[in-house]
Design a protein around this ligand. Sequence first.
Ligand code: 13P
Length: 255
Amino acid sequence: MRVLIAGNWKMHGMSQALDEVRKVAAEADRVACELLLCPPATLLERAVGASAGRLAIGGQDCHWERSGAFTGDISAAMLADAGARAVILGHSERRQYHGESSAQVQAKAKAAQEAGLMTIVCVGESEAERRAGEERTVVGEQLVASLPPQSTPDNCVVAYEPVWAIGSGLTPTPAEIAAMHGFIREEVCRLLGSAARAMRILYGGSVKPANAAEILSLAEVGGALVGGASLKADEFLAIARAVRAKINLEGPIVR
Ligand code: 13P
């Protein structure tokens, strides 16, 4: 699998932001990784057009039902119909501000996979949980309860996003990231079987051009989920180019 650099625009982006999608698309052939941008739903279909098929566009959430009386929600089938190829699920902001449980995340992921979308299932501990030494327990429980059993490396990616690193400028040490990714690898293989050795595990939380090369060079880091730095094409592309640096240094990443 190729390294995946995914951008989560969260609740940012008016029509003008489509220029950033166009700029990323113009350079997409020159980076050694897969690119995905997840704009707000209002821009999704236009972003698909602006991407010109050169990078993937995804959603930030979906409902577990295909359709129904769920005011304000969007189904996985609707995302796919709008041209999305992927969807972020269980982001800590959804878990925190919308009270999403891992069981709901799993139902959403199942629906999204059935709709043909690649799911990016997010897990991560809070600052208090890490201070208490509970990060593995928390992440382990989230993985067990959030990943649908039919998840494969083709339809699912795990994103490790420690809540305290999101938007804070703080990141775990390289050793902490490598340790958690190693733990997640063991867990996905235990839950899903040995095929999950090829499942990409992204790191997310204050990834910037300045720290991307180091983070992306770590064992079991199969890409990045980028928030703030994905809003500007130049920064997002600089992170994607760090993958090229890794490949030049260490050879292609084949899992
Ligand atoms: P930042 O890159 O802004 O810290 O956000 C990370 C994130 O939440 C991506 O989903």
